[in-house]
Design a protein around this ligand. Structure first.
Ligand code: ARG
Ligand code: MN
Ligand code: MN
Ligand code: MN
Length: 309
């Protein structure tokens, strides 16, 4: 199997430094070697952690309450082109972040390539403590890593090419093909958006009530078999006990085993076309950093087909 890997050292979708060091940490922990040697992937990786400094503007004042809007827009645009390159050649694409704003680029690239290649819309499984569906208007923080889903679904509109206006219809996803797992910290404006758009979401309460097996079945049932899947996995979906080194940790999360289970189940469908692993920040909670990195490696291996037996 062919795998395209894009490493994105980007942290400007939020305000804590260090999340840009995650791709190197994951790769140094042996992730790509494991994918090659143990899972037999033919890995295409340019050997670089991209920070796309060439497209970052010198000045980037707040706009509509967004922090670093031109920077995030330009970087995710570049990333979308790189991911598109891989996906249009039929490769499964692994994007290593970086904060979760990078999903604007990875999903835009995969959505477009999948439409062109097989004429299908992708489904997105968003595993996260957060819904990341704030619009610039509903966000309290102004951090764009809390907004990617709003831009990708068209619920938030870009202003112009420099400010997310580059995201065209063929790069967008449908709210009906989006499903969340692991939610437990949703802003008031986000709750309204989820409700008004009938977006399918499984919170930690659903995991408590039904168990991870049933929740995963329901999530996969919602998007339907035979639909190409993009898995966007925020490491903060896991409980801080398993993944303490992340910018916005929230207690009461998934166990590592539950996270692996979701990833294994997505692999089992045979429909995975791309995945993101985001929000690992090795500089936070230093003593838990290697554990968080290992958790991230485990999730990726599971999603790409590693099995227990
Ligand atoms: N809802 C909060 C915000 O919009 C937190 C978002 C956290 N996002 C993340 N990708 N970790 O600022
Ligand atoms: Mn999150
Ligand atoms: Mn909150
Ligand atoms: Mn997130």
């Amino acid at each position: 199997d062919d795998l395209g890997v894009v490493a994105v050292g980007f942290s400007n979708g939020q305000r804590k430094s260090g999340v840009d060091a995650a791709p190197m940490a994951l790769i140094e922990a042996g992730l790509l070697d494991q994918l090659r040697d143990e899972l037999d992937f033919k890995v295409t990786y340019d050997g670089q952690v991209h920070s796309y400094t060439d497209v970052i503007p010198k000045e980037d004042p707040d706009h509509r309450n967004m922090k670093m809007p031109r920077t995030v827009s330009a970087v995710t645009r570049k990333l979308s082109e790189q991911v598109y390159e891989h996906a249009s050649k039929g490769r499964c694409v692994l994007t290593l972040g970086g904060d979760h704003s990078i999903a604007i680029g990875s999903i835009a690239g995969v959505a477009k390539a999948t439409r062109e290649r097989i004429g299908r819309e992708i489904a997105v499984i968003w595993v996260d403590a957060h819904a990341d569906i704030n619009t610039p208007e509903t966000s309290d923080s102004g951090n764009i890593h809390g907004m990617p889903v709003a831009f990708l679904t068209g619920l938030a509109k870009g202003d112009n090419e420099e400010m997310f206006g580059w995201i065209k219809d063929d790069q967008k996803i449908s709210v009906t093909k989006l499903v969340y797992i692991g939610l437990r910290d949703i802003d008031i404006g986000e709750k309204k958006i989820l409700r008004e758009n009938g977006i399918k979401a499984f919170s930690m309460r659903d995991v408590d009530k039904y168990g991870i097996g049933k929740v995963t079945d329901m999530a996969l049932g919602w998007i339907g078999s035979d639909t190409p899947i993009h898995l966007s996995f925020d490491i903060d979906s896991l409980d801080p006990q398993w993944a303490p080194s992340t910018g916005t940790p929230v207690r009461g999360g998934l166990t590592l085993r539950e996270g692996d289970y979701i990833a294994e189940s997505v692999a089992e469908t045979g429909n995975l076309v791309a995945m993101d692993l985001v929000e690992v920040n090795p500089s936070l909670e230093a003593h838990g950093a290697s554990e968080t990195v290992r958790a991230g490696c485990s999730i990726v291996r599971c999603a790409l087909g590693d099995t227990l037996l």
